[in-house]
Design a protein around this ligand. Sequence first.
Ligand SMILES: O=C(O)C(=O)C[C@H](O)[C@H](O)CO
Ligand SMILES: [Mg+2]
Length: 403
Amino acid sequence: MKITQAYTIVCAPGRNFVTLKIVTDEGVYGIGDATLNGREMAVVAYLEEHVIPALIGKDASCIEDIWQYLYRGAYWRRGPVTMSAIGAVDMALWDIKAKAANMPLYQLLGGRSRERVMTYAHCTGKDIDSCLSEVERHVAQGYRAVRVQAGVPGIPTIYGVAKREGERYEPADAELPAEHVWSTEKYLNHVPQLFAAVREHFGHDLHLLHDVHHRLTPIEAARLGKAVEPYHLFWMEDCVPAENQESLRLIREHTTTPLAIGEVFNSIHDYREMIQNQWIDYIRTPLTHGGGITHVRRIADLAALYHIRTGFHGPTDLPPVCLGAAVHFDTWVPNFGIQEHMPHDDLTHQVFSHDHRFEDGHFIVGEAPGHGVDIDESAAAQFPYKRASLPVNRLEDGTLWHW
Ligand SMILES: O=C(O)C(=O)C[C@H](O)[C@H](O)CO
Ligand SMILES: [Mg+2]
């Protein structure tokens, strides 16, 4: 089964998405996601200039060899642009293989390990009270797990909190990066109050998650982890930027709050030290940014040796293609933890169809061959690309701060 054609489709039904379509001489095609939020066109250029020309004529069934060719065979390895490009190819090839075998992807991966996939929703509010209403709304929809983020008194804008009540937040909310102000002290004093209020109103059965978006130093993260221990979070996410993996050791030594990390990691090497030292509890890399199913499966297998589970990134900036493939992966992977779920809006669903369904806080995988997601190219053409950027952060004295 030879690859005869491959091309990218860039569209912005509400926000930017990059899709790779690979077509074979047998008429079977596959779809892969190449969306790297705020850096979309860098991946398009990498695919069009360096990957697609090398794919034409290759045997689409040789997923492993093509992966090795694009990764091991490249002088410049790793990094989000390269790994997202490889991820898109890999996802499309698994889609093709599963369609050719007339199987849903999860069957090809090894079959189901569970009936349904637990998800967590985003609950945000400008203050604690509006956050509590959002939690109530999501619990009424059936969610068993919620990520809770609230505005902090004295900080004008907090990333990850919707601008208006009942809305989603948009990570890439301006053509050029907006500038936010950050105060670690105000944040650290406020978050424990938020979780105390949520536990007081909703009891102890609901799973609670929180995302720090890399804003803390290791000792500050240790302080936050300890402070929220009475509210037993499901996880505290991305509490530090982790170029230095060893920083997780310090946090781990101080707190029993479980730690999730890695939505910006792209390779098993970004995790190796922290997995082998058991400094984390959940891996976050989505299939797109981690080189696809072939590579993320290896990270998950390494993690499983140390009781570490998956908790894939799934905001609206990852399109239904990535989410659809993730639902198959989540249905199969033995060490599944949870799946992030930020529902896409109607515009996105005009462009992408999917076969999985959402029920009672869970995803149920579909039975259509492949990963079950397709793109309507003429609908996509109605929504052209628009440059959009994530914000930057400065401390109150103007110092540029971490993501
Ligand atoms: O969903 C999350 O956990 C996020 O942190 C969202 C990210 O900030 C967003 O995807 C950045 O593109
Ligand atoms: Mg996050």
